[in-house]
Write a protein that binds this ligand. Structure first.
Ligand code: K1U
Ligand code: ZN
Length: 168
């Protein structure tokens, strides 16, 4: 297993659109294991392959307190979203130390492949629904700060650029 470097906003690679996985093979299983290790280490509750500069439709999520209930979504598709919307405070490992509210559908149904390449569909609400939608945005090249005002986005961008310069 390996820890993978996480891209930070405003890295343009975060805007790459991920391609579908053609075959769930050992290489994909290794990517999932490395992504899970990276998410647990960060620590985070989710991670999309885009964030580790791999442009394939792979997501890992673990919302459990004991960090032992990994959920893997390969080629995820939202098949239904509720009309009801909800605001949640979101964070992102690619936008360290910033949290802000985003409005999204309160419930979604998502269809995906699991680690064995088997199709499954789940209905999600609460934080799982938020996290799935947030991670699926990453696969489409969208970072949650793009839901915020351009002023907030510019402030975040310049703070993170400054932080990156100081880290050199
Ligand atoms: O996509 C990511 O960068 C992961 C992100 C997922 C997420 C969090 C909150 C709302 C929507 C999506 C994170 O994991 S940010 C870190 C975080 O929320 C957290 C970290 C440790 C413990 C609990 C939460
Ligand atoms: Zn994120």
């Amino acid at each position: 297993m390996a820890l993978l470097p996480i891209l930070h906003y405003p890295d343009p690679r975060l805007h790459t659109i991920a391609k579908p996985v053609e075959r769930v093979d050992e290489k994909i299983r290794q990517l999932v294991a490395d992504m899970a290790e990276t998410m647990y280490d960060a620590p985070g509750i989710g991670l999309a392959a885009t964030q580790v500069n791999v442009h394939l439709q792979v997501i890992v999520i673990d919302l459990s307190d004991d960090r032992d209930q990994l959920q893997v979504f390969i080629n995820p598709q939202i098949t239904w979203a509720s009309v009801e919307k909800k605001n949640w405070q979101e964070g992102c490992l690619s936008v360290p130390d910033f949290f802000d509210e985003v409005e999204r559908p309160a419930e979604v149904k998502v269809k995906a492949l699991d680690i064995d390449g088997q199709e499954f569909e789940i209905k999600a609400d609460g934080l799982l629904a938020v996290c799935i939608q947030h991670e699926m945005d990453h696969l489409k090249g969208k970072v949650f700060v793009e839901y915020l005002s351009s002023l907030k986005r510019m402030r975040i961008s310049s703070k993170l650029k400054k932080k990156a310069r100081l880290a050199l």
